[in-house]
Structure formats: C-alpha cells, structure tokens
Design a protein around this ligand. Structure first.
Ligand SMILES: NC(=O)C1=CN([C@@H]2O[C@H](COP(=O)(O)OP(=O)(O)OC[C@H]3O[C@@H](n4cnc5c(N)ncnc54)[C@H](OP(=O)(O)O)[C@@H]3O)[C@@H](O)[C@H]2O)C=CC1
Ligand SMILES: N[C@@H](CC=O)C(=O)O
Ligand code: NA
Length: 388
C-alpha cells in the first residue's frame, strides 16, 4: 500500500501517488478473470480491491481484501449478503482527494446497472462490460450522463462492444476530433461469429447448429442465457450503445418507450420462445433447458445453410449503423464465399468497419476476438488504467 506521503532520496516530500479503491460486483467468468489480471499488474500496483460481490454474498474491507490466493472464493461463498444500495453508500464514503473509488460491474444484471447514477453522483467511477445501462431506456442513460457530468466521476464501458477491442475508444476519438461518421458495420457478436464461422462454410456438410452453440457456450462466448445472443438482442444492444456516441444520429432515431427500436432478426425457433421471456432470461435452469432443446431444430438451420450454399454464399450475422440513412439493424445475411466476412473471420472474431469522412473510400477496420473471458477482462482492466 502507498504511504500517505513519499520522501524522495533527496529528502524532498512529494504528494502521495493516487490510489484507487476497486469494488467488484460479479465474479463469474469475466469477473474472476478480471481479479486474476488485476493481481498480475506490475508493481507498484495502484489498485486495492475493497469489495467483491456475487448475487448472494459480499466481502467488504476499506483497507483492502487479500485476493492473492484463490481462497477469496471460499471467503466470499461464506460471507453475508449485502444490500447493493448499502454497498454504494459505503463506497461513496471512501471518496476523497487522492483516493479514487471505482465500481466494476461484471454482471449482466439490470438492477446493478440501475445503481450507476447514484454511484456516479457520489463521485464513484463506474467501469463495466455490462451492456444493460448504455443500451437501456434513455431516462437511465441521461441520468448516467448527468451524474457523471455533475460529479466528474467517469463511466467507461469499452468491453460492452467488441470485448477488449478498441471499438468505443476509437469511435469516441473519431467523434471528438471532428470526423463525420457515415456508417459503422460489421460482425458484433463473438457468439454469432463463432457459430457461423464453424456452421456455415464452403463445405456442403458440417457440424449441427446446436452443437456449435454448445461449444460457443463452453468457450465462454455466450451471455449467461445464450438466447440473449440468438435473439440478436446482444447485437442490437451493442448497436444502440454505438449510436449513443454519435450525437448527429440521435434526433433521427425512433425511441418508443425510451428504447431505441432496432429491427433485429431473431434465430430463436418459435417453439422455444417461452424459454426466452424476460424472467426466463435470468434463470439458469431455463438456459439449460433452452440449450438442450435446441437440437430439435437442427434441421431448420441445416436448410438455411444449404440454401445459402446453393447461391455460393455463407451465413453471417451482421449489424449496421447507417448514419446517413438514419437506419440501425441487426440481421442474418448471405455473403459470397470470397467476401472478407466469409474468408477472414475465425474463432469469436468481431470485425468492425468505420466509414467516415476521413476514412473514405477505404474504412478504418478493427478485427479480433470479440468474446471470451481473457479479452473481455482485458478491456475492463484497460478502462481501469484510464483512471490512473
Ligand atoms: N463472456 C464474454 O465474452 C463477454 C461478456 N461481456 C459481459 O460481461 C458480463 C459478465 O459476463 P460473464 O462473466 O460471461 O457472465 P457470468 O454469468 O459468467 O457471470 C456473471 C456473474 O454475475 C453475477 N451476478 C448476477 N447478478 C448479480 C447481482 N445482482 N449482484 C452481484 N453479482 C451478480 C453472477 O453471480 P451469481 O452466481 O451470484 O448469480 C455471475 O457469476 C455480462 O454483462 C456480459 O454481457 C461482455 C463482453 C464479452
Ligand atoms: N455474448 C457476447 C459477449 C460479448 O459481448 C458475444 O457473443 O459477443
Ligand atoms: Na471494446
């Protein structure tokens, strides 16, 4: 830990370096990997973990928790539950000059996202890969912006789009330096990318649709309920997040009930819709049932694959934000076997093309793994370093 003041070898006293108290909510796939990456930050490590929370348990210590061994998992499992609002108050009380506080939300929970305005208003920075806040209703989004503006606390969410790929920072840089965004298009879902890179190729036969969905889940690419990926809503959320960084676009977009309405193609077989209601999407049991029943519909997906190949094409799930037309959509489309989306993507790759006034006629392109614990946690940690 840093002492309050540091004496140099010449005897002069300098102000102590800023330290950053970090509260981590959600220690699943991404959250646990984030803790590991935080531990491996080279010394002097300015971060001190003051809190770890799952949905049922919370560890809290203003002086810092020992996370150097995996035993934090056992300690967390036997810790009491703490009301998130109380935790938010405790974190607010730690904010003072030279002592920054950050709330890292590694859940996909809407209630946790609903805490951001309170946290930000009290000076606690918020960093998250959780898409729910910035893709949610405009009232929450506006409250987040206002609270951050009033207190100066930062809201950073690089991993919400393209995981660790620098998509949001690039878009912010383009906008703030006065470039004009014309269109953003690409493959925005690591899960959809993995599924179709493996399911729909130049080969007439291949693995079943349900088997590649299971593999995407095992590799940690899917949302807690994979239907969140297969409905296309994960992509439409990412597109919504991007539109919110393009001020010129906002007035042109329809916002019924405060939500951006993105025409989105769902891949959910209609017989499985009852397993994808809002309540079921937060149920681990419903997720299991959904995945195990998917194979009943493999034939439908095989037909789609065969029809595309008859045209010499493959299937890819893409998203578009067309600023000039004021159009945003998420769709399953067919691409010729020679198209870059057919030839250059592998694994959970995302590819994002920014067509702008400056990057024209050739777009600025970002490509790489767009899902998985390591690259997502890296994006969260890189946001944390933006505060140092
Ligand atoms: N996986 C990926 O490749 C990527 C993920 N993301 C985002 O990262 C976030 C985490 O994803 P991932 O780690 O894969 O998901 P997991 O399901 O593995 O982890 C989520 C964790 O959140 C916890 N949680 C749920 N509700 C609460 C709550 N109210 N308070 C505290 N903890 C809670 C759950 O713990 P419990 O066991 O207690 O329920 C669970 O362990 C999501 O928002 C996802 O969209 C973003 C980019 C890529
Ligand atoms: N489920 C998401 C995870 C990252 O946002 C995806 O597959 O892209
Ligand atoms: Na990103």
């Amino acid at each position: 830990m840093y002492p309050p003041n540091t004496k140099s070898s010449t005897g002069t006293t300098s102000a102590a370096p800023r330290t950053i108290a970090v509260a981590i909510t959600g220690v699943g796939l991404v959250g646990s990997e984030f803790v590991s990456q935080l531990l491996s930050v080279s010394q002097p490590n300015p971060f001190r973990v003051v809190s770890l929370s799952s949905s049922k348990h919370t560890l809290f210590s203003p002086d810092g928790l020992d996370i150097s061994k995996d035993s934090w998992k056992d300690r967390l499992a036997s810790a009491p539950h703490r009301n998130p609002e109380d935790l938010a108050n405790d974190l607010a009380s730690l904010v003072r000059p030279g002592q920054d506080v950050v709330f890292v939300d590694n859940t996909s929970n809407e209630n946790v996202a609903g805490l951001y305005p309170t946290l930000l208003a009290s000076g606690v920075n918020v960093i998250t890969p959780n898409k729910k806040a910035f893709s949610g209703e405009s009232a929450l989004y506006n409250r987040i912006l206002q609270a951050s503006l009033d207190s100066g606390a930062k809201f950073l969410n690089e991993s919400t789009v393209g995981a660790g790929l620098p998509i949001i920072s690039t878009l912010k840089d383009l906008v703030v330096t006065g470039d004009k965004i014309k269109k953003i298009e690409g493959v925005f879902s690591g899960t959809m990318s993995y599924i179709f890179n493996n399911f729909s190729t130049s080969q007439p036969t291949g693995p079943s649709f349900s088997s590649v969905v299971k593999l995407a889940r095992e590799k940690g690419y899917t949302e807690p309920h994979p239907a969140d990926d297969l409905t296309g809503s994960d992509v439409s959320r990412k597109l919504t997040i991007l539109t919110r960084y393009i001020p010129s676009l906002r007035p042109a977009l329809p916002l019924p009930n405060g939500f951006l309405s993105v025409p989105t193609t769902s891949l959910i077989p209609s017989a499985l819709s009852p397993l994808t209601t809002p309540e079921k999407l937060s149920s681990a049991e419903a997720a299991e049932e959904f995945v195990s029943r998917l194979e009943e519909f493999d034939g439908e997906f095989e037909t789609m694959r065969g029809e595309a190949l008859k045209e010499g094409k493959v299937l890819r799930y893409v998203g578009v934000v067309d600023v000039e037309k004021g159009e945003v959509k998420a769709d399953l489309q067919r691409y010729p076997l020679t198209h870059p989306f057919a030839t250059s993507l592998g694994g959970s790759d995302n590819i994002v093309l920014f067509h702008t006034e400056r990057y024209s006629p050739r777009p600025l392109i970002i490509q790489g793994a767009g899902a998985g614990a390591a690259v997502t946690a890296m994006g969260v940690l890189s946001d944390l370093f933006k505060l140092v």
